[in-house]
Design a protein around this ligand. Structure first.
Ligand code: BG6
Ligand code: MG
Length: 221
């Protein structure tokens, strides 16, 4: 039986993906590195420090900066990101998400946030949806970030469910990799050419419903 839904946050519950992109793009520009939308796809789902490492490698300066400098770059990017998201309200919840969360509550399924973002609790508070979730996995508590399965395995455990009793929802290729590596059924939101390794790809969140999740899970299991 399907018991739990494990939600990515950025790009699934709300469109913060665009703000992460803008903040990295501007930091990249300061460092003389071009972060365009195509390269940004490779940063989705990836932790803050790993994103910076990828950007530096992309710019051919992987070994140029000390740990302290990298830490400062991450803080700068996050400060900018926090400025960009501070006006967020419940109106910024992506289409279909609130009805889905209500449906899941009524059906008694567990709901867990499995985001790489350390800002997830703050964003859920801005969106006023914290009460719809049974738990949030702290990304700092898992050994390896996406595409490793750790955060989704921790999410299943938090839900009190086996991986086979869960479904994960993601917008990033690295996130779908992580779900599949955890032996969990994956629903992806976005471009099928990037996310084709998911069990089902939906163009956007408005197509999400409990019926779609159940159908995907039943066909995959
Ligand atoms: C993921 C985003 O959800 O969280 C990434 O897709 C981001 O773009 C990562 O780098 C970490 O987020 P934060 O908020 O801790 O910097
Ligand atoms: Mg995401």
């Amino acid at each position: 039986m399907l018991k739990a839904v494990l939600f990515d946050l950025d790009g699934v519950i709300t469109d913060t993906a665009k703000f992460h992109f803008l903040a990295w793009r501007d930091l990249g520009a300061e460092l003389g590195i071009t972060v365009d939308e195509a390269f940004n796809e490779e940063l989705k789902g990836v932790s803050r420090i790993d994103s910076l490492e990828r950007i530096l490698a992309h710019g051919g300066v992987a070994d140029k900066y000390s740990s302290a400098e990298k830490e400062a770059f991450c803080t700068k990017k996050n400060d900018h990101y926090l400025e960009l998201i501070q006006e967020m309200t419940p109106a910024d919840i992506l289409p279909g998400i609130l009805p889905l969360l209500k449906e899941l509550r009524e059906a008694g399924l567990k709901t867990i946030v499995t985001s790489a973002s350390k800002n997830a609790p703050g964003i859920l508070a801005l969106l006023q949806v914290k009460d719809y979730f049974d738990g949030i996995v702290d990304p700092a508590s898992v050994a390896a970030g996406k595409p490793a399965p750790d955060i989704f395995l921790a999410g299943a455990e938090l839900a009190g469910a086996k991986p086979a009793e869960c479904i994960g929802v993601e917008d990033a290729a690295s996130g779908v990799d992580a779900i599949k590596a955890a032996n969990i059924t994956a629903v992806a939101i976005g471009d099928a050419t990037v996310l084709g390794h998911a069990d089902r790809v939906l163009a956007d969140t408005s197509a999400l419903s409990l019926a779609v999740l159940r159908d995907t899970w039943e066909q995959a299991i």
